[in-house]
Design a protein around this ligand. Structure first.
Ligand code: NAD
Ligand code: ZN
Length: 368
């Protein structure tokens, strides 16, 4: 499987070289008009005119079979063929859904993703996984369909609600914990968000660098049969938090849940509850730095309506697990992770309760 890389040539050059018979553009509603116009003109310069263009309400409701049928009908009306290119501009839900529709239309139409959220820019748009929700379960139907290129431009993110923007940076923190270069980039001062014109370039560069971490892992394991599992760092707890809060009045965003999952992984490292593997010499210092970065960039809700027991109940039902044990990724220093490690109910609950006590102490110190 060919994987694009953040260091590839300009996306318009890639589009030109693809020699598409038609180019169609599917994007989020509510994006900035002047940026849309700039990109429309750039696309017209390459392909004459677009064979189809539509804007959709993005987010999770797009990841349904009904919406896929609507997208397929657009493809039919626009005359999309196997030599066409579909350009997406949206969050991870939009690239997942449109990517899935493009992958099954005539057995696969080529894609270019232009992500409009940090999560999509460093994670969802990369790696070729597409999917929709089905039968009450997330991402049940999907394909591997790597895009020709992912074009990151932080200017698209200006219209994103601040809470969504910051939550997406949890995946940046995850990548920093997996890679020394990405970790070092997190110590550079970033411009405040939303930034000035110059600041967008710094954010774009920063997000591209983070995306490279996912690409490196995906290149090693494109079909998720081995090492790609390390990208689940922080996600075992995160999925349980999301599942627990999903039906509440205050559902957590994925990134917020991942942030707590990462804090928990860093706490676990200080306890070594999960594996005998020793810490790296620098691990405590690195963990402290990343805890600080997460506090600065990824605020999480103050109220945690779930306890160890609630999280365990969700974790143990994950079909990846066997015999009442839960598989997880343990962190032992930047780029040093252990997979798989197994939680048992008692050790998870004791470690979670100790984590919450330590979190509450740190936060009551903050407010003094
Ligand atoms: N394919 C993968 O490998 C992969 C990896 C991680 C996550 N995902 C998927 O990504 C999805 C989450 O993606 P996300 O965090 O980008 O959220 P999202 O796509 O759900 O977008 C969040 C909300 O922001 C809106 N939005 C997006 N960009 C905007 C912008 N620039 N301005 C204004 N509004 C905007 C969307 O319409 C939506 O309402 C999930 O469905 C998840 O399963 C996929
Ligand atoms: Zn994630």
């Amino acid at each position: 499987m060919d994987c694009p890389s953040p260091s590839q040539p300009n996306w318009l050059e890639i589009l030109r070289r693809a020699e598409p018979d038609r180019v169609v553009w599917i994007r989020e509603r509510d994006l900035q008009e002047e940026l849309l116009q700039e990109y429309r003109e750039a696309l017209h310069a390459i392909c004459g005119s677009l064979a189809g263009e539509c804007s959709l309400a993005g987010g999770e409701p797009l990841k349904t079979w009904e919406q896929i049928e609507r997208l397929l009908m657009h493809f039919r009306n626009w005359g999309v063929t196997r030599t066409s290119v579909v350009v997406t501009t949206g969050g991870g839900a939009l690239s997942d859904a449109v990517g899935f529709a493009a992958a099954i239309w005539k057995r696969g139409v080529r894609l270019i993703h232009i992500p409009t959220t940090p999560l999509a820019a460093v994670d969802a748009a990369w790696g070729g996984k597409t999917g929709i929700n089905w039968g009450g379960s997330k991402n049940q139907l999907g394909t591997f369909a790597p895009p020709l290129i992912v074009h990151v431009d932080a200017r698209w993110m200006r219209t994103l609600p601040s809470r969504e923007f910051h939550a997406g940076l949890a995946e940046v923190a995850k990548h920093a914990l997996l890679d020394k270069t990405a970790f070092a980039a997190c110590s550079d001062n970033l411009p405040p968000w939303p930034p000035s014109a110059q600041g967008h370039l710094a954010w774009t560069q920063f997000l591209k660098q983070s995306a490279q971490v996912k690409q490196n892992v995906v290149q090693e394991d494109p079909e998720e049969r081995g090492v790609r599992c390390i990208l689940n760092l922080g996600h075992t707890v995160a999925h349980a938090i999301e599942a627990f809060t999903a039906s509440s009045t205050e559902p957590w965003l994925h990134g917020e849940a991942v942030a707590v999952g990462l804090h928990f992984a860093l706490f676990e490292m200080s306890q070594l509850a999960l594996s005998e593997r020793p810490r790296e010499a620098q691990a405590e210092v690195q963990a402290a730095r990343m805890v600080q970065w997460l506090h600065e960039y990824v605020p999480v809700p103050n109220i945690w309506p779930f306890g160890a027991h609630d999280l365990w109940a969700h974790m143990v039902h994950d079909k990846k697990n066997v015999a009442n044990e839960v598989r997880d990724v343990a962190w032992r220093g930047v780029g040093e992770v252990v997979w798989p490690v197994h939680w048992k109910k008692d050790s998870f609950e004791a470690t979670w309760n100790a984590f919450v006590r330590s979190w509450n102490n740190a936060h009551s110190d903050d407010s003094n």
